[in-house]
Ligand binder design. Structure first.
Ligand SMILES: Cc1ncc(COP(=O)(O)O)c(C=O)c1O
Length: 422
């Protein structure tokens, strides 16, 4: 499609956008009485208007029913977490029984590693990407130490090539092959948080299995953003936070995928708790742990239903719209944003460099050569919310649920003024 850098053209794109009405399902922060241009759906998604209703429902049931709410609430609390599986399975390409929702992301990765990082003297290495999200680095380092290994030996980082901003699949595969029988686990971010690169998860999973390792994915930046087929790709496990593209609210619960092939095994190590016990017998308070037959066996504590309510509200919207429609709009709006950036670049003779490769989702990471934090601050003061990563990258993620093409056009105009007003 031939794009144009004009308000009329952007408005026309909006009129033809089948998801346009969903913008009104979200609450936008205001700037001078107008909706901000929100580019940080990759960090904290906007609040769905229905989130409050879902919370209020629990508050009402708690007020009216007290402890009875566990069984008699409109959405009973004792199995509240099970309401996510069906809908989430469509978002990440899994079977419903492979999904469970609990805790937060780093906590879940630790818990999943209790099952999937079982190092031996010979096979003890973990392959991850260089400069993985810091929490993942701390998590992996502490896991290696916990098992008595020196993280410097146990953790093998795949590097980017000098001067490049993304990982090459062949380099990842080579590191896996070379680590061979020493490789216990491959655990990488499915979408890189810094560059927005989408990794070739299927190929990498296959390669990890070929050398006899477990393969898991941190899907913080992938869930609700890109197409995932976790079951088909034969991924062992994955976890994601829900407050980014999934719009569940700050610090909200994490989703987990545990491949069906690992269910029901008696010998799988796991940190256990009563919410993972056979649910029909949970309240018999039996001394022996009898795991649920599916991913729910990894549950530990009773579900924080008040916190989880907005996640369920948001998931309802995902179910209505579906990932294919979101991805279609995402491709178009991101392409339009690329076009706008290039147009502004020409007009102001600046030199933006989009470091996100073609294998991308919603996020564009842009190097602002010659421009510093002052430009970022200008954008913030003028009703735009992007985010900043040192040394001079802004990340722009126009979430397809609620960002408009007109937002992209307006962003370009403000960006131009910001550069010209220096
Ligand atoms: C890629 C990635 N991994 C892990 C985390 C940590 O998430 P949490 O604080 O929910 O454990 C984040 C948070 O932004 C992230 O982006």
């Amino acid at each position: 499609m031939q794009f144009e850098n004009s308000a009329e053209f952007a408005k026309k794109l909006d009129q033809n956008d089948p998801l346009l009405k969903y913008r009104n399902e979200f609450i936008f922060p205001q700037h001078n009485g107008k909706d901000v241009i929100y580019f940080t759906g990759n960090s904290l998604g906007l609040q769905p208007k229905t989130a409050k209703k879902y919370i209020d429902e629990i508050m009402r049931d708690w007020a009216n029913l007290g402890v009875e709410g566990h069984f008699k609430a409109e959405k009973p609390w004792w199995d509240y977490h099970e309401r996510f599986a069906e809908k989430l399975s469509k978002v990440v390409g899994a079977k419903p029984e492979e999904i469970t929702v609990m805790n937060t992301l780093t906590v879940n990765l630790h818990l999943l590693l209790a099952s999937f990082y079982r190092p031996t003297k010979k096979r003890f290495k973990i392959i991850c990407e260089e400069k993985a999200f810091p929490s993942d680095q701390y998590m992996l380092t502490s896991q290696a130490r916990f098992h008595g290994f020196d993280p410097k030996e146990a953790i093998v980082e795949v590097k980017k090539r000098p001067g490049e901003h993304h990982f090459r699949t062949e380099d990842i595969l080579q590191v896996i092959e070379e680590t061979d029988e020493e490789c216990a686990l491959v655990l990488i971010g499915g979408v890189n948080y810094y560059s927005g690169q989408v990794l070739e998860m299927q190929k990498i999973t296959e390669a990890g299995h070929k050398v006899g390792a477990f393969v898991g994915w941190d899907l913080a930046h992938a869930a609700g953003n890109v197409e995932l087929k976790l079951h088909e790709w034969n991924v062992d496990f994955a976890a994601w936070c829900s407050y980014k593209y999934m719009n569940s609210g700050p610090g909200n619960a994490s989703g987990c995928f545990i491949n069906k092939k690992h269910h029901g095994k008696k010998d799988i190590p796991r940190f256990e708790g009563w919410w993972g016990h056979n649910k029909e017998r949970r309240f018999l308070m039996e001394p022996e742990f009898d795991p649920e037959p599916d991913a729910n066996a990894w549950q530990i504590s009773n579900a924080p239903v008040l916190a989880m309510a907005p996640y369920l509200a948001s998931l309802q919207l995902f179910d209505e719209v579906g990932m294919p429609a979101l991805i279609e709009k995402r491709n178009k709006i991101v392409a339009y944003l690329v076009f706008i950036l290039k147009e502004i670049d020409k007009e102001v003779e600046s030199s933006f460099e989009i470091i996100t490769p073609k294998a991308r989702g919603t996020q564009l990471s842009v190097f602002l050569h010659g421009e510093g934090k002052s430009l970022f601050n200008y954008l913030m003061k003028n009703g735009i919310i992007p985010d900043w990563r040192e040394p001079n990258v802004i990340r722009l993620a126009p979430a397809p649920f609620y960002c408009s093409f007109e937002d992209m056009y307006n962003f370009g105009q403000i960006l131009k003024r910001g550069i010209q007003s220096k």
